[in-house]
Design a protein around this ligand. Structure first.
Ligand code: FMN
Length: 192
């Protein structure tokens, strides 16, 4: 199995064990002032090309990844007491690729995104103004899909290193590292 296949397998296993949010991970990046900064993101797709998630263009993470694309994703798979750490390089989808994914969004998700994305991370007096915006958009577009928001921003993390950590209480834990080597990955066992 490639490390992406193994990660997919662990996520599927976590979901079958009843986890509702197995596809979430903590994305860590370097803040503009050099400090560390992490937050949860929902992983949309995982392929050999990379690990894809979506965000709002005006969020901190976007400015941070533009300055330093070297980031990490940490998955905590609680049901199976597993951790997967992925280190890699972030790159941004093209406007055409963003539009492709946007079109696959249900209209309610497009409405939600367009109501909050332009002010993401900014102070607001009251959430009502966002709800009113959502309602106004709903009235404008009725049942029609919304045009792709300029704030809709897909990010692919191209992995360079994975660590798979299986915590075990019956015996010592198993830890495997995969590091990119040529076209593939080199695998070795690490001491927990
Ligand atoms: C369950 C959950 C899922 C989330 N999914 C995403 C996501 O897919 N993309 C995203 O940009 N933010 C997501 N967020 C919000 C982020 O964790 C974060 O608060 C926000 O993006 C602002 O981050 P930043 O200021 O560091 O850029 C999610 C939060 C939670 C609790």
């Amino acid at each position: 199995m490639t490390p992406i296949e193994l990660l997919t397998d662990w996520m599927d296993d976590e979901k079958s064990a009843g986890a509702a949010y197995a596809q979430h991970a903590v994305l860590s990046s370097q803040a503009l002032n050099g400090s560390a900064h992490g937050r949860v993101v929902a992983i949309r797709e995982m392929t050999a090309a990379g690990i894809l998630f979506f965000t709002q263009a005006r969020t901190r993470k976007v400015a941070e990844m533009q300055q330093n694309p070297r980031v990490s994703l940490t998955f905590w798979l609680e049901r199976r007491t597993r951790e997967v750490m992925v280190e890699g390089e972030a790159s941004f989808l093209t406007p055409e690729q963003n539009a492709h994914y946007w079109a696959s969004y249900p209209q309610w998700a497009q409405l939600r995104f367009c109501s909050y994305a332009p002010t993401s991370g900014e102070p607001i007096e009251d959430k009502r103004m966002l709800e009113e915006k959502r309602l106004a958009l709903q009235q404008t577009y009725q049942d029609q899909p919304l045009p792709c928001s300029p704030d809709y921003c897909g990010v692919t993390i191209k992995p360079q290193r994975f660590v798979f950590y299986q915590y075990r209480s019956d015996e010592l834990s198993d830890v495997w590292e995969y590091v990119v080597a040529g076209d593939g990955f080199q695998q070795q066992r690490l001491s927990p």
